[in-house]
Ligand binder design. Structure first.
Ligand SMILES: Nc1ncnc2c1ncn2[C@@H]1O[C@H](COP(=O)(O)OP(=O)(O)O)[C@@H](O)[C@H]1O
Ligand SMILES: [Mg+2]
Length: 419
């Protein structure tokens, strides 16, 4: 019985150190995994910039950390198990020694009692040894469970307010009232933005990169909460509307179109089987995606590879147009893709944009001013502020920022066409 406190002490110490060791192992395993996944998908960039040696060094470093933490874990367990074993030996030897002494000096202990005591000590320690083995597995499990609970306990940045309402209908009116917003405290990205969009209107945002156009679109689907001012959706404060119900009415066509693994059709219907093939074909023709599909041997059933990298960015944008048309949202949000659009796809995109403006309310960030000439309202942004607002003709007459931008693109156009 003397050994019991030692066993408990050893176990408590083991618990503390082993949990720490396992936590380290888990963290390092995820470190190695994320390093691998990041670098395998970015392999081409590494090769283009000839950074292989540096990357290999970095990998060796995270790998070494993992190795170290594994060794530490084994070390902790390697000390604990022998200690338990040692304690059981000490107890056995003490029993034999004290028992034998008692019998030899005639202390009244019978040989039968001595033998059974000896057997009991063995039986007492056997389960303790076994528990010690399992304890190791248990600690491993606890460390993993901690990580899982960490993920489960992660709160979304933006939560619905308790009295948030379900939006049953969205006519498509949006109002910004003196909206101030920053991603990083005190670095204002939007400074006092006010504008109003009426149902079925098309409103375009133009301005240099970084002027805050994408940010405005993000705020309308409430990917972020604003710090000052008000955003009204059909006259209702945006924070009073359930986020999921808001998004039901919004079709987003963003700069980086995300495609899932599956067929082109799956990506248009978003795996909703209740959408008929006819509707998908109709939508594809409406947005001009059929020109792209005709080139593929299996059309709508063509497989989309991981993240859609077997489609050009223009083609991906067209797929997202078809997706939006199938779902007939009350509000369409479009952030025009800028990079890598071949002139043929570009012409198709322009054509289908013109048609889509008639479907519902549309907010569009356009880089080619020719796209947006027919919008009801054009908002010219500069460093987080609205500098000009009006339709194409009004803005040209003002001879301000928009006029200059237009001249610039117009001149380029002429140069390109005369070459
Ligand atoms: N997630 C983000 N975190 C921090 N800053 C951001 C983030 N997204 C955009 N920004 C910054 O906000 C400003 C406006 O960006 P953005 O709205 O994307 O401009 P635009 O679409 O007009 O090019 C830029 O200065 C940009 O660096
Ligand atoms: Mg942008």
């Amino acid at each position: 019985m003397i050994t019991v406190p030692f066993i408990i002490t050893a176990s408590l110490l083991f618990r503390k150190y082993s949990r720490k060791a396992y936590r380290e192992v888990r963290n390092n395993v995820s470190e190695v995994n994320s390093y691998l996944s990041e670098n395998l998908s970015g392999m081409k960039i590494t090769q283009v910039f000839n950074q292989q040696d540096k990357k290999i060094q970095q990998f060796n470093k995270v790998n070494k950390n993992l190795q170290k933490s594994y060794i530490k874990e084994i070390l902790v367990f390697g000390i604990y198990r022998p200690i338990i074993w040692l304690l059981s030996m000490v107890a056995t030897i003490l029993t034999v020694y004290l028992g034998a002494e008692n019998i030899l000096t005639g202390g009244g202990l019978s040989i039968g009692a001595f033998v059974s005591f000896y057997v009991f000590v063995g039986q007492f320690f056997e389960p303790i040894q076994q528990i010690a083995e399992q304890f190791n597995t248990l600690q491993n499990g606890f460390a993993s469970a901690e990580k899982i609970f960490d993920v489960l306990d992660t709160k979304p940045d933006i939560e619905d307010e308790e009295d948030a309402i379900e939006l049953n209908e969205f006519k498509g009116s949006i109002e910004f009232k003196d909206v101030w917003f920053s991603y990083i405290p005190d670095e204002w990205v939007l400074k006092g933005i006010s504008f109003k969009v009426n149902p079925d209107e098309t409103v375009a945002f133009v301005g240099a990169t970084g002027s805050g156009k994408t940010t405005i679109l993000q705020l309308i689907v409430r990917n972020y909460d604003i710090q000052k001012g008000e955003i009204l959706i059909d006259g209702i404060h945006i924070k009073k509307i359930k986020r999921s119900s808001l998004r039901k009415f919004v079709g987003q066509m963003l700069q980086d179109v995300f495609l899932f693994s599956g067929t082109v059709k799956d990506n248009i219907t978003l795996f909703d089987d209740s959408i008929s093939d006819e509707r998908v074909i109709e939508a594809s023709e409406y947005v001009g995606l059929n020109h792209v599909l005709n080139r593929l041997p299996d059309g709508l059933n063509h497989e989309v590879r991981e993240r859609g990298n077997n489609f050009s960015s223009g083609e991906r944008q067209l797929i997202s147009f078809a997706r939006a048309v199938v779902y007939k949202p009350s509000l369409m949000i479009l952030d025009e893709a800028t990079a890598n659009i071949d002139s043929e796809t570009e012409a198709i995109i322009q054509e289908s944009l013109k048609k889509m403006m008639n479907i519902s309310t549309m907010l569009i960030v356009a880089h080619r001013l020719s796209t947006i000439q027919h919008s009801d309202k054009i908002i010219v942004m500069h460093k987080g502020e609205i500098k000009e607002m009006g339709n194409h003709q009004d803005l040209l007459k003002r001879k301000g920022l928009y006029y200059n931008l237009y001249q610039l693109q117009y001149d380029n156009q002429e140069v390109i066409e005369s070459v």
